[in-house]
Each structure stands twice: as structure tokens, then as C-alpha cells.
Design a protein around this ligand. Structure first.
Ligand SMILES: [Zn+2]
Length: 491
């Protein structure tokens, strides 16, 4: 069976086709966006074409929003089209360009002084991010910089970052109220730059404004505007953001099933969130986890069509806003959760799986160790395991199941600089996928699922005694099951 899995994965890999159709053909998958819905429909059609049962299961509703074009140009003191984009849920400029000067958030004494200063934003784009002292990532400085220069840069940057944080906190407002205060005071828009500590890479999250655009500009162009403004050159930018509000729309998980032949009411589940942020195409967060699970199922359907236990896949909606899809599934399907043999989740990039822990289940080594033993050496060369490990309280969807007592394991990938270069960034795109590693993970996952289905024993759910809280001395507590947000994106 293991040989058949490897053969199918190697000789007939569908990973590139799946990646192209999902990431290039559909694109990013923000909760509540039409693209998220398209992706769910695509997944169901794809599984159906493989003869596998799949359905979209509604778990809630969300503010519907559709991203349109973002155009950002500097038109004064010279002309340059700037690299940047509107944040998710950014208001539309109504098909028009908004042209205005800029102003930087000043260093005021306190919240009263800020309120007094606020009228200055009228008709201007407000720059709310610090200008980074360098656009070079630290590894580049370390490789080429003189030791003293590296240290000096780091100290300057830390001081500036601290000072900027204080500058914003002195307004006395939370991020959301801060944006709304600027909007209310008549700002033309909000301009930030959320640098992600790598060359040319910014993180793109959501807007807090209701009427005016909120945009992110790349470090290079943000610095250009900032320096021109500070030196009195009076830069002007022109911004157009198109978007559509679609009212409240239903949100789904795609649930996939291959019925078990001997123990149909016991389950082995594959898990990967399907939604993404929308600055890139969500290729490694979590396109690659999605591909791993789809490819594993495609392979298993071909070489292991009659599993002993029922195999399920959860392609979750809205992990990014708080594990909502998986929390809803756990809440809505207590009978499945109660009878789940194991769950495998992958959600930290394109890399080979190098970390697996026992999630705090006392006897996890007994079964996971046995299953992993059947994985050929080439597919676990750098794998480090920690048993019994500790329960995950968040971070990804396996936590939703661990909280309900399910032996749910995260398959931890190696880095490929995921945190800086692709996680939630404008550079999370198809070209970052390392297909050999993803194929490796599909094989590993398929073997684990096969072993979990075949195991004559039901997995033990006994938990470890958690260490006491170091701060309070109180006994350690197992993470609690939490309810999802079923109505999202509304105040
Ligand atoms: Zn993710």
C-alpha cells in the first residue's frame, strides 16, 4: 500500500494542476468574498470528478465584499506609479481618483493634543506607519554589513519602533477607533506600510474605515513619500480603490467523505483551512495545506478505495478570523467528534513536514509512533517528534479539535522563511510553492491516514497532566472548546 501511494504521488501528481486552478484561476479566498465561494464550488467539482463525495456545509454568514482594482500614483513632485493595494474590506472611491496631499501622524503630548490636532487631516491622506530605516532584511545585513553597522542599524530601528508605538498609543485610541477618528475628521484616506521584514514584502490585512480608502504602500514607495513630505517637497498622491459591498453572505466548509467499510462510524480526518488573506493568492497560507489534503485523498481513492474507517476532509472557511469553520464543525457534529480516531492538519507553509507532536495525549506515541514507523525514511528525514507533547490552544484548526478531546495533530513544515515572506503577505503566490516538498507531505499524510484507518485499536484520548502555570502556580488547564463567530464582519 505504501509503495502504491508513493507510485501514484510520483508518477501521476496533480499538484501543479490543482495549484494553478485554485491559486491562479480563482485567486485569494477572503471570507465572505465571491472568490471564497468559487473555491468551495471548485473543490466540490474536483472531488466529484475523482468519484469522491463532497459538499459545502453552511456554518454562518459574513459581510460580503469583493475586491476591485487599486491604483496608487504619486503625481507630485514627480510622477511614479506606486506599489500598493487596498486592504481587505476597503471602501470604494466610487470609480473616481482621490487626489490629495499627505500628512504624517505627529508626536503629540496626549489624547487631548491629538484631538486638537485632528482637524489638520481634513482633505489629506494620513500616513500612519513608521518609515523603516532599511528595506534590507536582517539576514542580508548580517551577510554583508560591518558588525558595527549592523548593530547600529538594529539599535536605531528598535528605538524608532518604540518611539512610533508610543506616538500612536498617546492618541489613546485602539487601531479601529484611530482609523474612524481620522475618517470622521475628514481625512481623504489612510496610508500605511506593514513591512514584513523581507525584500519587497508587506502584510496585507483588513481596513477599519467605513467611507475612505485604507491602503498599504510598499516600504520603498512609502519611504519615498515620507522623505519628500518631511523635506517640504509636498508630495501628492492619487488613489482609486474599487470594491463592492455584497451584504451578508452565507459561509461554508467543504466537507469530503470516503465511507468506511468496516467501521463507518469511526473517522479519520484531514484538515486544512481553505480561506486566506487577499494581498497575495494564499498560496502557502493555506493553498499548500489544501493541496496536500486534496492530493492525499485523490491518491487514497485510487489505491485504497475501501478504507476500514470513514475518511473525512475539512476545508475550513474563516480560519483567519479565529478558527471559525472548524469550531463550527466541532460544535455541529458531536457524534463525529466523539468517534474520531485522529485528525491531521497542515497550515504553515510549503515546506517538508519536520515537526509532529503528540498534542498532550498521553499515549499518542503508541499509535502515532507506530503509524510513523511505516513511513519510508526518505519522507521523514528531518522529522522531529515530541511525545506526548502539549495541546495546541490556537494557531490553526487542529486546536478546535484538541479542545474537544480529539487526537488532532499539526503537521509542522520547515520554514522557507514563511513568517516573513509569505504568511499573510502580498508575495504569497504560486511561485513560492516547493512542489517536491508538498508532494512529500501528500505522501506522508496519505500513509498516516491509511495507518489510522487500518489500526485494529481505537486511539486513546487520555490526556497528560499539564504543568502548573509558571506565573500563578495554578494547575495547567486543557484548552477549552470555543464557539465560532457565526455572524462576522459586522459591528
Ligand atoms: Zn493559515
Amino acid at each position: 500500500m505504501v509503495a502504491s501511494i508513493i507510485k501514484e504521488a510520483t508518477e501521476n501528481s496533480q499538484l501543479k494542476t490543482l495549484a494553478h486552478e485554485l491559486l491562479d484561476g480563482i485567486g485569494p479566498r477572503l471570507v465572505g468574498s465571491p472568490k471564497m465561494q468559487q473555491a468551495h464550488d471548485w473543490a466540490v467539482a474536483k472531488y466529484t470528478s475523482w468519484g469522491v463525495t463532497a459538499r459545502n456545509e453552511k456554518w454562518g454568514e459574513w459581510r460580503g465584499w469583493e475586491r476591485g482594482i487599486s491604483h496608487i500614483d504619486m503625481i507630485q513632485p514627480w510622477v511614479k506609479t506606486l506599489e500598493g493595494t487596498q486592504l481587505a474590506w476597503c471602501p470604494s472611491t466610487g470609480g473616481k481618483d482621490v487626489t490629495a496631499e499627505l500628512i504624517i501622524i505627529p508626536d503629540v503630548a496626549d489624547s487631548l493634543a491629538f484631538v486638537k490636532w485632528l482637524p489638520n487631516v481634513k482633505g489629506k491622506f494620513v500616513m500612519i506607519s513608521m518609515m523603516q530605516p532599511t528595506g534590507r532584511p536582517d539576514y542580508n545585513w548580517t551577510e554583508f554589513g560591518a558588525k558595527e553597522s549592523v548593530e547600529k542599524m538594529k539599535k536605531e530601528r528598535t528605538d524608532q519602533t518604540d518611539a512610533w508605538r508610543k506616538r500612536i498609543s498617546k492618541t489613546g485610541l485602539t487601531n479601529k477607533d484611530f482609523a474612524l477618528a481620522l475618517e470622521k475628521a475628514g481625512a481623504a484616506g489612510i496610508v500605511g506600510s506593514n513591512w514584513s521584514a523581507g525584500f519587497g514584502v508587506n502584510k496585507i490585512f483588513g481596513a477599519n474605515t467605513k467611507k475612505i480608502p485604507t491602503i498599504d504602500i510598499a516600504l520603498e514607495d512609502y519611504g519615498l513619500l515620507y522623505r519628500l513630505l518631511e523635506s517640504g517637497k509636498n508630495p501628492k498622491i492619487s488613489v482609486r480603490t474599487d470594491s463592492k459591498e455584497l451584504g451578508m453572505v452565507p459561509t461554508f466548509n467543504t466537507i469530503v467523505e470516503i465511507k468506511g467499510s468496516e467501521k463507518p462510524n469511526e473517522y479519520v480526518m484531514l484538515s486544512a483551512h481553505f480561506d486566506s488573506w487577499d494581498g497575495g493568492t494564499g498560496a502557502t497560507d493555506n493553498g499548500t495545506g489544501t493541496l496536500v489534503m486534496m492530493e492525499a485523498i485523490r491518491i487514497l481513492k485510487k489505491v485504497y478505495p475501501n478504507p476500514k474507517r470513514t475518511i473525512l476532509v475539512g476545508h475550513w472557511g474563516s480560519e483567519e478570523q479565529g478558527l471559525n469553520g472548524s469550531r463550527a464543525f466541532v460544535e455541529d457534529h458531536p457524534d463525529i467528534v466523539k468517534n474520531m480516531q485522529a485528525l491531521f492538519n497542515q497550515d504553515n507553509g510549503t515546506g517538508r513536514v519536520v515537526n509532529i507532536g503528540g498534542a498532550g495525549f498521553l499515549h499518542s506515541y503508541e499509535y502515532m509512533g507506530r503509524w510513523l514507523a511505516r513511513v519510508p525514511a526518505g519522507y521523514k528525514q528531518e522529522l522531529e517528534t515530541r511525545f506526548p507533547g502539549t495541546p495546541s490552544a490556537g494557531g490553526s484548526d487542529n486546536a478546535s479539535f484538541v479542545a474537544a478531546g480529539v487526537p488532532a495533530f499539526g503537521l509542522g513544515s520547515n520554514s522557507w522563511l514563511y513568517g516573513s515572506y509569505t504568511w499573510h503577505t502580498n508575495r504569497d503566490t504560486y511561485d513560492k510553492i516547493v512542489f517536491d516538498d508538498v508532494r512529500n507531505n501528500a505522501v506522508l499524510t496519505a500513509i498516516l491516514v491509511y495507518m489510522a484507518c487500518e489500526d485494529p485499536n481505537t486511539t486513546s484520548r487520555d490526556k497528560i497532566v499539564l504543568p502548573a502555570n509558571q506565573r500563578t502556580g495554578e494547575p495547567g488547564k486543557w484548552p477549552e472548546q470555543r464557539s465560532p463567530t457565526r455572524k462576522g464582519g459586522v459591528d
